[in-house]
Design a protein around this ligand. Structure first.
Ligand SMILES: NC(=O)c1ccc[n+]([C@@H]2O[C@H](COP(=O)([O-])OP(=O)(O)OC[C@H]3O[C@@H](n4cnc5c(N)ncnc54)[C@H](O)[C@@H]3O)[C@@H](O)[C@H]2O)c1
Length: 258
């Protein structure tokens, strides 16, 4: 018996990085994992990894901004698996150099559509089923960039800050239905998102000098997907039952320094 035994857990952006790690960990904990991902190759590869653990995977090719398809997938999942216990809103993009001086309204809208609006829509699509069940967990993957900025990804900052505020609003609204809504805010993470121009940001001389050498990150290293997935498992599990509207910061201590 795992911590998520037989729970139906949906993960967006499940094909790589944090989404992949969260999905695998959920499968190990006994969940029926529904993988939602827009990249067909990574989707089938994570699906195969889950099957290799002797668990059944439920992969769906989905761009989370395609709301008609998102809605029909949610209907199919309910018809097939009978319920939805957990939604992890993880999919996001963080294209470099989104600054107020250089980006375009089109780029701003594209970022907000994936990073914030699709979080609203995914939650809106699963909430009625969770209300019927009188139970559910919605977990948003925010970022420390929701309350601290690097100065070069404004729309991403705005979206993540929006998610943090929206976590509270949803928790207050949905608490009466026993739906718990929480968020995690990772700091630096070694995932494909953090590779800029072919270079993993945690390997640059600046990162090694400032964040590791000078211990700007007190734990002295970048984070890895496995550093986050355990916290998501906790938020999805029955061990988390009197906590809602909260943000778990998983940054190696970065936000505690000055
Ligand atoms: N990497 C970091 O340093 C870092 C730090 C803090 C927070 N985060 C957050 O963690 C989450 C996961 O990030 P990651 O680092 O694993 O990123 P990643 O780029 O490695 O993975 C993101 C996944 O989401 C998928 N995706 C993107 N847009 C999609 C869409 N429209 N529809 C469906 N799938 C889509 C991608 O195909 C990919 O598989 C994101 O919410 C990100 O903002 C990452």
């Amino acid at each position: 018996m795992g911590l998520l035994s037989r729970k139906v857990c949906l993960v967006t952006g499940a094909g790589q990085g944090l989404g992949r790690s969260i999905s695998l960990e959920m499968a190990r904990e006994g969940a029926e994992v529904v993988l939602l991902e827009r990249n067909a190759t990574s989707l089938s590869s994570v699906s195969a990894e889950i099957e290799a653990l002797d668990h059944k995977a439920h992969p769906y090719l989905l761009d989370v901004t395609d709301y008609a398809r998102y809605e029909s997938i949610i209907g199919e999942v309910i018809a097939k698996l009978g319920r939805i216990d957990v939604l992890v809103n993880n999919a996001a993009i963080n294209p470099a150099t989104r600054t107020i001086l250089n980006d375009t309204l089109e780029e701003w809208r594209q970022s907000i559509a994936i990073n914030l609006e699709a979080v609203y829509m995914g939650s809106k699509l699963v909430a009625p089923q969770m209300v019927k069940q009188q139970s559910g967990r919605i977990i948003h993957v925010a970022s420390i960039q929701g309350f601290a900025a690097s100065g070069d990804c404004g729309s991403y900052n705005a979206a993540k800050g929006g998610i943090i505020a929206y976590t509270k609003s949803m928790a207050v609204e949905l608490g009466r239905y026993n739906i718990l809504v929480n968020a995690v805010a990772p700091g630096f993470m070694a995932t494909p998102m953090s590779i800029v121009n072919g270079v993993e940001e945690a390997t640059t001389p600046d990162f090694l000098e400032w964040y590791v050498g000078r211990r700007k990150i007190p734990l002295g290293r970048t984070g890895y997907p496995e550093d986050v997935s355990g916290s998501v498992i906790f938020l999805a599990s029955d061990y988390c039952r009197y906590m809602t509207g909260q943000l778990l910061v998983i940054d190696g201590g970065l936000m505690s320094t000055f």
